[in-house]
Design a protein around this ligand. Sequence first.
Ligand code: GLU
Length: 278
Amino acid sequence: MSFTTRFAPSPTGHLHIGHAFSAWTAFRAACEAEGRFILRMEDIDTVRCKREFEPVILDDLIWLGLDWEEPVRRQSEHFDDYARVLERLEALGVIYRCFKTRREIMEDIARAPHEVGEVYRGPLEPMSVDEEASRMAAGEAFAWRLSLARCRDLLGPRFSAMRYIEDGAGEQTANPDPLGDVILARKDVGTSYHIAVVHDDALQGISHVIRGEDLRAMTPLHVLLQTLLDLPTPVYRHHRLLLDENGERFAKRNKSVTLKSLRESGVSPDEVRSRFAT
Ligand code: GLU
Protein backbone atom coordinates (compact mmCIF):
# COMPACT_ATOMS: atom_id res chain seq x y z
CA MET A 1 0.00 0.00 0.00
CA SER A 2 1.48 3.35 -0.96
CA PHE A 3 1.52 5.90 1.84
CA THR A 4 -0.56 9.05 1.33
CA THR A 5 -1.48 11.43 4.08
CA ARG A 6 -2.85 14.93 4.37
CA PHE A 7 -3.16 18.08 6.41
CA ALA A 8 -6.67 19.54 6.20
CA PRO A 9 -6.95 22.97 7.80
CA SER A 10 -10.14 25.02 7.95
CA PRO A 11 -9.34 28.59 6.93
CA THR A 12 -11.30 30.19 9.77
CA GLY A 13 -8.23 32.06 11.00
CA HIS A 14 -4.45 31.93 11.04
CA LEU A 15 -2.63 28.71 11.87
CA HIS A 16 -1.14 28.44 15.35
CA ILE A 17 1.61 26.26 16.81
CA GLY A 18 -0.83 23.40 17.39
CA HIS A 19 -1.71 23.33 13.67
CA ALA A 20 1.97 23.52 12.78
CA PHE A 21 2.60 20.45 14.92
CA SER A 22 -0.21 18.57 13.20
CA ALA A 23 0.95 19.58 9.71
CA TRP A 24 4.57 18.75 10.51
CA THR A 25 3.66 15.35 12.01
CA ALA A 26 1.77 14.38 8.84
CA PHE A 27 4.43 15.81 6.52
CA ARG A 28 7.31 14.02 8.32
CA ALA A 29 5.37 10.75 8.25
CA ALA A 30 4.96 11.09 4.47
CA CYS A 31 8.67 11.89 4.03
CA GLU A 32 9.76 8.96 6.19
CA ALA A 33 7.49 6.60 4.26
CA GLU A 34 8.59 8.14 0.94
CA GLY A 35 4.89 8.71 0.39
CA ARG A 36 2.65 11.54 -0.73
CA PHE A 37 1.57 14.58 1.23
CA ILE A 38 -1.63 16.42 0.35
CA LEU A 39 -2.99 19.73 1.57
CA ARG A 40 -6.77 20.19 1.60
CA MET A 41 -8.80 23.26 2.48
CA GLU A 42 -11.79 22.21 4.57
CA ASP A 43 -13.87 25.30 3.93
CA ILE A 44 -17.47 24.06 3.70
CA ASP A 45 -18.42 26.46 6.49
CA THR A 46 -18.72 29.41 4.15
CA VAL A 47 -19.63 31.76 7.00
CA ARG A 48 -16.61 31.11 9.23
CA CYS A 49 -14.05 30.32 6.51
CA LYS A 50 -12.49 33.28 4.73
CA ARG A 51 -10.54 33.19 1.47
CA GLU A 52 -8.10 35.79 2.81
CA PHE A 53 -6.70 33.27 5.33
CA GLU A 54 -5.69 30.80 2.63
CA PRO A 55 -2.59 32.56 1.24
CA VAL A 56 -1.37 33.18 4.78
CA ILE A 57 -1.81 29.48 5.60
CA LEU A 58 0.15 28.52 2.48
CA ASP A 59 2.95 30.98 3.35
CA ASP A 60 3.08 29.67 6.92
CA LEU A 61 3.44 26.08 5.76
CA ILE A 62 6.11 26.91 3.16
CA TRP A 63 8.01 28.85 5.84
CA LEU A 64 7.77 25.84 8.14
CA GLY A 65 9.40 23.70 5.44
CA LEU A 66 6.46 21.82 3.96
CA ASP A 67 5.62 21.17 0.37
CA TRP A 68 2.63 19.41 -1.11
CA GLU A 69 1.04 18.24 -4.31
CA GLU A 70 -0.86 20.72 -6.48
CA PRO A 71 -3.66 21.51 -6.97
CA VAL A 72 -4.92 21.96 -3.43
CA ARG A 73 -8.50 20.71 -3.13
CA ARG A 74 -10.88 23.31 -1.81
CA GLN A 75 -14.03 21.67 -0.45
CA SER A 76 -16.23 24.70 -1.11
CA GLU A 77 -15.77 24.00 -4.84
CA HIS A 78 -17.22 20.50 -4.55
CA PHE A 79 -20.60 20.81 -2.85
CA ASP A 80 -22.08 18.71 -5.69
CA ASP A 81 -19.88 15.75 -4.72
CA TYR A 82 -21.09 15.93 -1.13
CA ALA A 83 -24.73 16.30 -2.22
CA ARG A 84 -24.35 13.01 -4.13
CA VAL A 85 -23.08 11.30 -0.98
CA LEU A 86 -26.11 12.55 0.92
CA GLU A 87 -28.38 11.24 -1.86
CA ARG A 88 -26.74 7.83 -1.62
CA LEU A 89 -27.29 7.74 2.13
CA GLU A 90 -30.91 8.75 1.60
CA ALA A 91 -31.32 5.98 -0.98
CA LEU A 92 -29.91 3.52 1.57
CA GLY A 93 -32.60 4.70 3.98
CA VAL A 94 -30.15 5.48 6.78
CA ILE A 95 -30.77 9.22 7.18
CA TYR A 96 -33.87 11.09 8.26
CA ARG A 97 -35.03 14.68 8.47
CA CYS A 98 -35.11 15.97 12.03
CA PHE A 99 -37.21 19.10 12.47
CA LYS A 100 -36.61 19.45 16.18
CA THR A 101 -35.33 22.72 17.48
CA ARG A 102 -32.28 22.78 19.68
CA ARG A 103 -34.57 23.33 22.65
CA GLU A 104 -36.69 20.27 21.85
CA ILE A 105 -33.54 18.17 21.48
CA MET A 106 -32.28 19.35 24.87
CA GLU A 107 -35.66 18.45 26.40
CA ASP A 108 -35.47 14.96 24.87
CA ILE A 109 -31.96 14.53 26.24
CA ALA A 110 -33.08 15.71 29.68
CA ARG A 111 -35.70 12.94 29.66
CA ALA A 112 -32.88 10.39 29.26
CA PRO A 113 -30.67 11.36 32.22
CA HIS A 114 -28.17 8.54 31.72
CA GLU A 115 -26.92 10.21 28.54
CA VAL A 116 -23.65 12.12 28.70
CA GLY A 117 -23.48 15.43 26.85
CA GLU A 118 -25.62 16.29 23.85
CA VAL A 119 -26.22 12.89 22.36
CA TYR A 120 -29.48 12.56 20.45
CA ARG A 121 -30.81 9.03 20.17
CA GLY A 122 -33.40 9.70 17.50
CA PRO A 123 -37.21 9.68 17.63
CA LEU A 124 -39.07 6.78 19.20
CA GLU A 125 -41.27 6.55 16.10
CA PRO A 126 -40.32 7.73 12.60
CA MET A 127 -42.20 10.84 11.50
CA SER A 128 -45.22 10.06 9.31
CA VAL A 129 -44.90 10.78 5.60
CA ASP A 130 -47.77 13.28 5.84
CA GLU A 131 -46.28 15.23 8.73
CA GLU A 132 -42.91 15.36 7.01
CA ALA A 133 -44.50 16.58 3.78
CA SER A 134 -46.47 19.31 5.52
CA ARG A 135 -43.48 20.56 7.51
CA MET A 136 -41.40 20.60 4.32
CA ALA A 137 -44.16 22.50 2.53
CA ALA A 138 -44.21 25.00 5.40
CA GLY A 139 -40.52 25.60 4.74
CA GLU A 140 -39.44 24.49 8.22
CA ALA A 141 -35.71 24.09 8.87
CA PHE A 142 -34.41 20.58 9.41
CA ALA A 143 -31.22 18.60 9.89
CA TRP A 144 -30.36 15.33 8.18
CA ARG A 145 -29.36 12.86 10.87
CA LEU A 146 -27.76 9.45 10.46
CA SER A 147 -29.99 6.86 12.14
CA LEU A 148 -27.83 4.37 14.02
CA ALA A 149 -30.85 2.08 14.34
CA ARG A 150 -31.31 1.96 10.56
CA CYS A 151 -27.57 1.50 10.00
CA ARG A 152 -27.64 -1.43 12.38
CA ASP A 153 -30.59 -2.95 10.49
CA LEU A 154 -29.00 -2.42 7.11
CA LEU A 155 -25.55 -3.69 8.00
CA GLY A 156 -26.59 -6.57 10.24
CA PRO A 157 -23.55 -8.32 11.76
CA ARG A 158 -21.23 -5.98 9.84
CA PHE A 159 -22.28 -3.16 12.19
CA SER A 160 -20.64 -4.60 15.28
CA ALA A 161 -17.75 -6.02 13.24
CA MET A 162 -16.50 -2.59 12.14
CA ARG A 163 -12.80 -2.14 12.90
CA TYR A 164 -9.97 0.21 12.05
CA ILE A 165 -6.24 0.29 12.67
CA GLU A 166 -4.90 2.94 15.02
CA ASP A 167 -1.24 3.32 14.06
CA GLY A 168 0.87 2.13 16.96
CA ALA A 169 -2.08 0.73 18.93
CA GLY A 170 -3.41 -1.94 16.56
CA GLU A 171 -6.95 -2.89 15.69
CA GLN A 172 -9.79 -0.94 17.32
CA THR A 173 -13.51 -1.59 17.39
CA ALA A 174 -15.37 1.23 15.63
CA ASN A 175 -18.40 1.72 17.86
CA PRO A 176 -20.44 4.78 16.83
CA ASP A 177 -23.11 4.24 19.56
CA PRO A 178 -21.74 6.88 21.98
CA LEU A 179 -22.28 9.53 19.28
CA GLY A 180 -26.01 8.95 18.81
CA ASP A 181 -27.74 10.15 15.63
CA VAL A 182 -25.25 12.67 14.30
CA ILE A 183 -26.19 15.57 12.00
CA LEU A 184 -24.80 14.98 8.50
CA ALA A 185 -26.32 18.01 6.75
CA ARG A 186 -28.82 20.79 7.22
CA LYS A 187 -31.54 22.09 4.97
CA ASP A 188 -29.41 25.12 4.09
CA VAL A 189 -25.94 23.48 4.22
CA GLY A 190 -26.23 20.19 2.37
CA THR A 191 -23.13 18.65 3.91
CA SER A 192 -20.97 18.45 7.01
CA TYR A 193 -17.38 17.87 8.00
CA HIS A 194 -18.13 14.13 8.32
CA ILE A 195 -19.43 13.69 4.78
CA ALA A 196 -16.78 15.88 3.19
CA VAL A 197 -13.83 14.35 5.03
CA VAL A 198 -14.88 10.76 4.37
CA HIS A 199 -15.56 11.49 0.70
CA ASP A 200 -12.31 13.35 0.16
CA ASP A 201 -10.08 10.93 2.05
CA ALA A 202 -11.32 8.19 -0.27
CA LEU A 203 -11.19 10.32 -3.43
CA GLN A 204 -7.65 11.42 -2.70
CA GLY A 205 -6.44 7.92 -1.86
CA ILE A 206 -5.51 8.78 1.72
CA SER A 207 -3.94 5.66 3.23
CA HIS A 208 -3.12 7.27 6.60
CA VAL A 209 -5.23 9.91 8.31
CA ILE A 210 -2.97 11.77 10.75
CA ARG A 211 -4.84 14.25 12.93
CA GLY A 212 -5.23 15.45 16.50
CA GLU A 213 -6.67 13.24 19.20
CA ASP A 214 -9.56 15.67 19.59
CA LEU A 215 -11.04 14.00 16.49
CA ARG A 216 -10.52 10.43 17.71
CA ALA A 217 -14.11 10.21 19.00
CA MET A 218 -15.40 10.85 15.46
CA THR A 219 -13.41 8.04 13.85
CA PRO A 220 -16.06 5.33 14.50
CA LEU A 221 -18.60 7.53 12.68
CA HIS A 222 -16.20 7.95 9.76
CA VAL A 223 -15.64 4.18 9.63
CA LEU A 224 -19.43 3.68 9.63
CA LEU A 225 -19.81 6.08 6.69
CA GLN A 226 -17.01 4.28 4.84
CA THR A 227 -18.79 0.97 5.45
CA LEU A 228 -22.13 2.32 4.21
CA LEU A 229 -20.55 3.90 1.14
CA ASP A 230 -18.22 0.99 0.30
CA LEU A 231 -15.14 3.14 0.77
CA PRO A 232 -11.80 1.89 2.09
CA THR A 233 -10.93 2.65 5.71
CA PRO A 234 -7.53 4.29 6.05
CA VAL A 235 -5.14 3.72 8.94
CA TYR A 236 -5.67 6.41 11.60
CA ARG A 237 -3.07 8.08 13.77
CA HIS A 238 -4.43 10.50 16.36
CA HIS A 239 -1.52 12.52 17.69
CA ARG A 240 -1.37 14.27 21.06
CA LEU A 241 -2.40 17.91 21.12
CA LEU A 242 0.31 20.46 21.71
CA LEU A 243 -0.39 22.50 24.85
CA ASP A 244 0.84 25.91 25.95
CA GLU A 245 2.70 26.63 29.21
CA ASN A 246 -0.63 26.66 31.09
CA GLY A 247 -1.56 23.23 29.78
CA GLU A 248 -4.21 24.74 27.50
CA ARG A 249 -4.77 24.07 23.82
CA PHE A 250 -3.59 26.81 21.49
CA ALA A 251 -6.42 28.91 20.08
CA LYS A 252 -6.64 30.81 16.80
CA ARG A 253 -7.88 33.86 18.70
CA ASN A 254 -4.59 34.08 20.64
CA LYS A 255 -2.62 36.17 18.16
CA SER A 256 0.76 35.64 19.86
CA VAL A 257 0.93 31.97 18.88
CA THR A 258 -0.06 32.27 15.24
CA LEU A 259 2.66 31.26 12.82
CA LYS A 260 2.23 34.54 10.99
CA SER A 261 3.02 36.62 14.08
CA LEU A 262 5.88 34.33 15.11
CA ARG A 263 7.56 34.54 11.72
CA GLU A 264 7.00 38.28 11.55
CA SER A 265 8.62 38.70 14.96
CA GLY A 266 11.76 36.93 13.73
CA VAL A 267 11.25 33.47 15.25
CA SER A 268 12.85 30.80 13.04
CA PRO A 269 11.09 27.65 11.78
CA ASP A 270 13.64 25.63 13.80
CA GLU A 271 12.56 27.40 16.97
CA VAL A 272 8.92 26.64 16.25
CA ARG A 273 9.73 23.01 15.52
CA SER A 274 11.73 22.77 18.76
CA ARG A 275 8.47 23.40 20.65
CA PHE A 276 6.98 20.26 19.15
CA ALA A 277 9.15 18.13 21.45
CA THR A 278 7.67 19.58 24.66
N1 GLU B 1 -10.46 20.39 9.17
C1 GLU B 1 -10.23 19.78 10.44
C2 GLU B 1 -9.65 20.80 11.39
O1 GLU B 1 -9.23 21.85 10.98
C3 GLU B 1 -9.29 18.59 10.36
C4 GLU B 1 -10.02 17.40 9.94
C5 GLU B 1 -9.25 16.11 9.84
O2 GLU B 1 -8.00 16.10 9.86
O3 GLU B 1 -9.90 15.07 9.71
O4 GLU B 1 -9.62 20.54 12.58
